[in-house]
Design a protein around this ligand. Structure first.
Ligand SMILES: *Cc1c(COP(=O)(O)O)cnc(C)c1O
Length: 380
């Protein structure tokens, strides 16, 4: 096999983590600016027509009755818990390996995050949930990390038995599914992020909450807009967490591409699985026949992970780790009293996992170059 080499990209790498410069190239920037130019004279900047259009299209995309646009994925989670009445003294059960925003959304409602260790698919180990339930438990918040899926059928069964609402952190899992039922539609509500590095992204922050519950949707709409039921009636205390109309214009431009983005990531992941799975030093996470994993992150377990990471970076492959220090061990969470070793699977993952780019703008040469880079590391 001939060795592949690639030219350096403008940022000095050969396989870039970020797809943003490709997604927003000269041509697409012009298209979007045209849309913004057409929109701005309307002055419809807050909860304007583009927001309503985006919400309708997002709800249809996910297969939910309602979608509510908010300021960020973090707010999508925070407001969902607030709508449930989560407050001081309450506990919310979530996964030990997650992005800090999940924990932050719980803590901002003055509740305690009760963590549960993960399985080898990076999501909450549902068999450990029941032991974490106490009389103070107010909700369960599974996290579909990396575009994997929590075992939702099993979790919903437990939640129903204990009469606990489930809010899905689907920020990394747009269009992920089990048995054709999408992430975000199993629980009472699902939160999504439109952050620039999420699979459906805008030009800044944004988030969406989906729900099939009519009353819950009304509550969310009020909470994101100061608790206003109409211009002059404050029916509850809310906040300002509206999805910007300008961001909704970008979202409406991109939303038709989400299917392509998703299927391309799945295809890239299958290629990497096939090639990397042959290396004895690499172990693939669990894959499932009845699940659609959308690979927001493509993660494998690697021997000598730190050395491999350094080798990849030296070769121009922007590999990363999600996350090198699990949230429960972070200084900012000291108040909750967790200790190193409380979540052994999460700890083991933190030491062995590596994330490789798998986004929709990678070329076949870049994918092959990544495989070559990893294989050469173990051969040498
Ligand atoms: C990105 C992310 C969030 C928060 O989304 P923002 O839009 O950045 O606020 C929450 N949870 C998880 C798992 C995420 O990856």
């Amino acid at each position: 096999m001939t060795r592949i080499d690639l030219p350096l990209q403008p940022n000095g790498t050969k396989v870039q983590w970020s797809y943003l410069p490709r997604q927003f190239n000269e041509q697409s920037i012009e298209q979007i600016l045209d849309r913004l130019r057409a929109f701005v004279p309307s002055g419809d900047f807050t909860l304007g027509k583009p927001v309503r259009e985006f919400e309708e299209r997002f709800a249809r995309l996910i297969g939910a009755r309602h979608a509510t646009g908010v300021n960020s994925g973090t707010d999508a989670l925070k407001l969902s818990l607030k709508a449930l009445g989560v407050g001081p003294g309450d506990e919310v059960i979530t996964a030990a390996n997650t992005f800090i925003a999940t924990i932050g959304a719980i803590a901002e409602n003055f509740a305690r995050p009760v963590l549960v260790d993960c399985t080898d698919n990076f999501c909450m180990d549902v068999s450990k949930v029941e032991a974490a339930i106490t009389p103070r438990t107010k909700a369960i918040m599974p996290v579909h990390l990396a575009g994997q899926m929590t075992d939702m059928p099993a979790l919903m069964e437990i939640a129903a038995r204990h009469k606990l609402p489930v809010i899905e952190d689907s920020c990394q899992c747009i269009l992920g599914a089990i048995e054709a039922r999408n992430a975000g539609t199993y629980g009472l509500a699902g939160g999504f992020s439109l952050h620039p590095l999420k699979n459906l992204n805008v030009w800044g922050d944004g988030g969406v909450i989906v729900t099939n519950d009519d009353d819950f949707a009304v509550k969310l709409r009020r909470l994101r807009n100061h608790g206003l039921a109409d211009r002059d009636s404050v029916v509850m205390l809310g906040c300002n967490s509206r999805l910007d109309s300008l961001q909704a214009v970008i979202g409406n431009w991109l939303i038709d591409q989400v299917d392509f983005i998703t299927t391309t990531r799945i295809k890239n992941a299958a290629y990497l699985d096939d090639a990397l799975g042959k290396l004895p030093q690499i172990r693939l996470p669990q894959r499932y026949n009845n699940r659609r994993l959308v690979f927001h992150l493509y993660i494998v377990f690697a021997e000598r992970r730190d050395e491999l990471l350094a080798h990849c970076r030296k070769a121009g492959v922007e590999a990363k780790v999600h996350y090198p220090v699990p949230v429960y061990r972070q200084e900012g969470l000291r108040q909750f009293g967790y200790r190193q070793g409380d979540f052994p699977v999460t700890d083991r993952h933190a030491d062995t996992m590596i994330s490789l780019p798998a986004h929709e703008h990678l070329t076949a040469e870049q994918l092959a170059y990544m495989v070559q880079t990893v294989a050469e590391f173990y051969e040498s």
